[in-house]
Design a protein around this ligand. Structure first.
Ligand code: SIN
Ligand code: FE2
Length: 205
């Protein structure tokens, strides 16, 4: 599917057995770096997803200090766990970028969660793509262009799917309109994990 050249959808990239292994790895990350409730800058309004990270840097947001990357979990104040090997392999396979990802944001969507339209723009190097993995229940995803009001394309993201926002789509608006509960049995509790891999700093900087 091509919306803009830099947008790539790789449906079913992870087969069911690989999805199970990936969920186990994510649960190990969460055991060390618990999901927490992120809050919007300034208003402090709570987001509907639960969040954590792995990697040398993690993306966090709170009322006082807003969107940023930092090396430690905001609640435990411990360094984030390492990015699981299967995700580093994914990056090597699809990112087309000469350095590894530094951040893997983990978002957990319960049935009522959503993600408003936004751009991933807190990184220093937009030459690196954003690589995203879906695990669990289906979700309706939209992707548009660099302008908030650019036309949007909607698609259902299913467990095991990978999408890549790179090139001219790197700064495209995107978000999750709604969850489709009961569409996957991967996570016993239902809901969905979305993992987004990102390079934050310019290599060598
Ligand atoms: C995000 O853009 O942070 C999440 C996208 C998704 O859940 O698929
Ligand atoms: Fe995003």
């Amino acid at each position: 599917m091509s919306i803009s050249q830099g947008f790539r959808s790789l449906p079913g990239y992870f087969e069911p057995a690989a999805q199970i292994r990936l969920v186990e790895a994510i649960r190990c990350v969460i055991a060390d770096a618990p999901l927490y409730v992120p809050a919007m800058p300034k208003t402090g309004k709570q987001m509907s997803v639960r969040m954590t990270n792995c990697g040398s840097l993690g993306w966090v947001t709170d009322k006082e200090r807003g969107y940023r990357y930092q090396a430690v979990h905001p609640v435990t104040e411990r360094p984030w766990p390492a990015i699981p090997c299967a995700l580093l392999d994914l990056w090597s396979g699809v990112a087309g970028y000469p350095a590894p990802p530094e951040a893997c944001l983990i978002n957990y969507y319960s049935h009522a969660a959503r993600m408003g339209s936004h751009r991933d723009a807190d990184e220093q190097d937009f030459a690196a793509p954003v690589v995203s993995v879906s695990l669990g229940d289906d979700a309706v995803f939209h992707v548009g262009g660099p302008g908030r009001n650019d036309p949007k394309t909607r698609m259902t993201l299913r467990s095991g799917d990978v999408v890549v926002l790179g090139g001219d789509a790197r700064l495209a608006y995107h978000g999750i309109d709604k969850m489709l509960p009961g569409t996957s049995s991967l996570l016993g509790e239902g809901g969905r994990f979305n993992l987004t891999l990102r390079r934050v700093t310019k290599p060598g900087s």
